[in-house]
Design a protein around this ligand. Structure first.
Ligand SMILES: [Zn+2]
Length: 479
């Protein structure tokens, strides 16, 4: 038996009634939460962690992340979705070898754990061969986090790769139904082609009994037609995850709500890349369940603090803007910090069908636990509004301790038992390989897209000269 006891923390359980314990202990025995309450007795040999001055909360859950792309961290910071598509889908995504998928996945997995993200959906659409898929799974299984492999391949139609015997063989070899450390989904997009060629892939998913995750409502790429086709053919289910769902009409939102699916909102992505306005302001109206995601580290980081923060900002920004358009003033915002903390934890668990096991701190659930505490930070006190503190104040560096399935994977602000040097060397080899096949010039060009022409507007208040004698500006131009 192994036991970990968090002592005297502010506990956000995220249970059904969002119970908050201002000062309580959380006892973990083996892989489960055994007890929550004040003054618990430590079992013999338990690891005790002083949580005073900190917040104990469930591990966060990212429902859509292209982990393989982490090898190119930050490369596309100035991209739009168009540049992303050209780079990965058309020109250079095919250069990734199985070892490159492995390198990106390991780094992304470590980054997630470091940020208190205990479960990540690896939206793995660079799987050109099943050797790539084996590499993806090898990487995920080498890091002690909880993952869901969402299998995809942008180099082929989903009706092609999902029908191949190699894919079936991979699923048989590597995926175990009911394994809560490595789940499985199929990841592909529906273009809206009236012939609906994706039907065959949905049938494979149905036969295998696995959920489909799909980029839906993405400006210029997927739209209402895809949703309608899925709905008319009976492929919209409660386990379907619609990523972004930012550019859709009410009709599509009604179809999603009525069939019980959920939306994975990647606010930072939608804001920069252009899938559409981050949709939580619409999803709230339609009562569609929400989870949060970071999409890809080719632009953004893999921490859900950023997701919570940007989602609150985008939703409130929209609410104010709409009100001002009606010459109205918002006096009370609808979206609360408590809600985005729920989306970052429980919302993800529900979306993945894992709500019975993870997503909240409740006795009997799997122990995915995060302690936010940093005695060296001026930002970690006073903690007056715990949800607000998580959403707007805390950061990755404040993630003190992380447990996944009862195992300590981060302690005192440092990842435990990880080969960061190995991860670094692998990613360096991948970058070297990519620069080598593309050529240095193309590599640099890809990172630095042209800036569109802009003109600074004429300013009617422009002066030309400061007259020190009179201590006044002199007018320029036409006087
Ligand atoms: Zn995506």
């Amino acid at each position: 038996m192994s036991a970990v006891l968090f002592r005297n923390g502010l506990v956000l359980t995220m249970d059904d009634t969002h119970t908050v314990h201002p000062a309580a202990d959380v006892l973990v025995v083996d892989d489960r939460i055994a007890e929550i309450g004040p003054g618990l007795t430590a079992p013999e040999g338990a690891t005790e962690i002083d949580a005073s001055g900190g917040i104990v909360m469930p591990g966060m859950i990212d429902t859509h992340r292209h982990m393989w792309q982490t090898a190119m961290r930050g490369y596309g910071a100035d991209w739009t979705l168009t540049q992303y598509f050209v780079w990965y889908y058309l020109e250079s995504g095919k250069h990734f070898r199985p070892e490159d998928i492995h390198a990106g996945n390991v780094l992304a997995a470590l980054e997630a754990l470091d940020a208190g993200v205990t479960t990540t959906v690896d939206w793995s659409h660079g799987l050109q061969t099943t050797q790539h898929a084996d590499a993806a799974v090898d990487a995920l299984q080498s890091v002690p986090g909880r993952f869901v492999l969402a299998y995809g391949n942008i180099q082929q139609g989903p009706w092609q790769w999902s029908a191949s015997p190699e894919f079936r063989d991979f699923v048989n070899r590597r995926i175990r139904p009911g394994d809560d450390m490595l789940g499985f989904q199929m990841a592909f997009d529906v273009t809206g082609d009236p012939a609906f060629p994706e039907k065959a892939a949905f049938e494979v998913a149905r036969e295998l009994g696995v959920p489909v995750t799909t980029h839906a409502g993405v400006w210029g790429a997927t739209n209402d037609d895809g949703i309608r086709l899925m709905h008319e053919h009976g492929f919209m289910t409660p386990s379907t995850i619609y990523v972004h769902a930012a550019t859709l009409t009410h009709d599509s939102y009604h179809r999603i709500a009525a069939t019980g699916g959920s939306v994975s909102v990647s606010t930072e992505s939608e804001q920069s890349a252009g899938q559409g306005y981050p949709p939580t302001w619409q999803l709230r109206d339609h009562d569609i369940p929400v989870s949060l995601s970071m999409d890809t580290s080719v632009w953004w980081s893999g921490d859900l603090f950023s997701a919570m923060r940007s989602t609150l900002g985008a939703d409130r920004s929209r609410e104010h803007m709409e009100a001002h358009g009606r010459a109205d003033t918002v006096t009370h915002v609808h979206l609360r910090a408590e809600q985005v903390v729920d989306w970052a934890t429980r919302g993800g668990a529900k979306a993945l069908g894992l709500d019975g096991k993870i997503g909240s701190l409740e006795v009997g659930k799997k122990a995915d636990v995060v302690l936010l505490k940093n005695d060296h930070s001026p930002v970690m006190f006073p903690i007056l509004n715990a949800y607000g503190h998580v959403a707007f104040q805390a950061q990755r560096a404040d993630v003190h301790t992380v447990l996944v399935n009862g195992r300590v994977v981060k302690r005192d602000g440092r990842l435990v038992d990880v080969d960061l040097a190995g991860a670094r060397a692998a990613v360096e080899r991948t970058v070297e390989h990519l620069v080598g096949v593309m050529g240095e010039e193309a590599w640099q060009r890809g990172m630095n897209p042209d800036v569109p022409e802009t003109k600074v507007l004429d300013n009617p208040y422009t002066y030309t000269e400061w007259d020190a004698g009179s201590a006044q500006w002199k007018h320029g131009g036409n006087d």
